[in-house]
Design a protein. Structure first.
Length: 333
């Protein structure tokens, strides 16, 4: 409800797995709630590469036990996206898509005024579930703004028989290189030596079901592995890059994918007074690990941009947090 109507008990920002899970529990708790999403339902999943197999088990991804039934052992991007959209429709969840939150303000006494691209809302509590993919990291090298440079991989078919460079050290970069190789491109996978040598799942190594096919493509000569130290410059028709020993190379090139991770956009939270803290290469909001309430009373966080980053936890956390929010609202009456 916009200001002037019924005041919301809870405004949920983000309609990914965490936001949908939160909305589901909020409805069962009898809360007056609304989900506001700047993109689409499950927007992060929507932006996965087309045809991608999601290598988590169904029980870690589904919003209702037994509801996600993939054709094979693991669901594809399309099957998972359909599951989340279908869930929102079948549960009649109150979700506004393509509506961006532009500002959160604290009201005198208790509650918040939330301004969006469409209007404004008053809410007693806020749960932010915006994900961690808002800001792709950059190499910050000359030529990175050329049209041929991409920070998201969608599909390999526009690059058949073209020289393509993929830069990165994680699963997204490895999967893109693999898709390009299998799809008929001439890819080079530039990866830091420490990332290529990493075999520890706890340290974010390339998953074995990606690495196996990747190594076969390399062995069969369809994919070039380039252990690099620095991308120097991206040109219209080539890329200058240093190998692990520091020697410079010029690679012919038609497209570059810079897939070195993404960060959450924490400006909304910073502006309303939420503290942030370092977590690995990125920052996360500071929050109580039991309640997920930030230092701003009444403002909670959940999902991939917290320290509970897996989809399974993104779904599970709201199931613990929303009943606490409902209890606090009832106590305040």
């Amino acid at each position: 409800m916009r200001t002037g109507g019924v005041r919301l008990d809870l405004l949920i920002i983000g309609a990914g797995p965490a936001g949908l899970s939160a909305a589901d529990v909020a409805a069962r708790e009898g809360l007056e709630y609304l989900v506001v999403e700047k993109g689409l339902i499950a927007d992060t999943v929507y932006h996965y590469p087309i045809g991608l197999t999601v290598f988590s088990t169904t029980n870690e991804l589904e919003l209702r036990e037994g509801a996600l039934r993939p054709c094979r052992e693991k669901p594809t991007r399309e099957e998972l996206l359909s599951h989340y959209v279908r869930f929102a429709l079948e549960q009649n969840l109150r979700v506004n898509t393509e509506e961006e939150v532009t500002r959160i303000e604290r009201l005198d006494g208790e509650g918040f005024l939330v301004r969006t691209s469409r209007g404004r809302y008053e809410a007693a509590r806020i749960l932010v579930c915006t994900g961690a993919m808002a800001r792709p990291r950059r190499l910050n090298v000359p030529g990175e703004d050329l049209p041929k440079v991409h920070h998201r991989f969608v599909e390999p078919f526009p690059y058949v028989r073209k020289d393509v460079l993929v830069v990165g050290g994680g699963n997204s970069a490895a999967e893109a290189a693999l898709f390009l190789s299998e799809g008929g491109a001439r890819p080079t996978f530039a990866i830091w030596p420490s990332d290529w040598e990493n075999r520890d799942p706890r340290m974010g190594c390339i998953k074995h079901w990606v690495r196996g096919p990747l190594e076969r493509e390399i062995a069969e000569g369809r994919l070039r592995l380039f252990l690099f130290s620095e991308v120097e410059e991206i040109g219209e028709t080539d890329v200058k890059i240093k190998d692990a020993a520091g020697a410079s190379h010029t690679l012919p090139n038609a497209a570059v994918f810079v897939l070195i991770g993404s960060d959450a956009d924490l400006r909304l939270l910073r502006d309303v007074g939420v503290r942030v803290e370092k977590s690995g290469l990125t920052e996360v909001p500071s929050y109580d690990p039991e309640t997920f309430e930030t230092n701003v009373p009444g403002l909670y966080v959940a999902g991939h941009f917290t320290n509970s980053r897996h989809i399974k936890e993104a779904i599970a956390v709201p199931r613990r947090v929303i009943p606490l929010i409902a209890q606090s609202l009832r106590a305040a009456v």
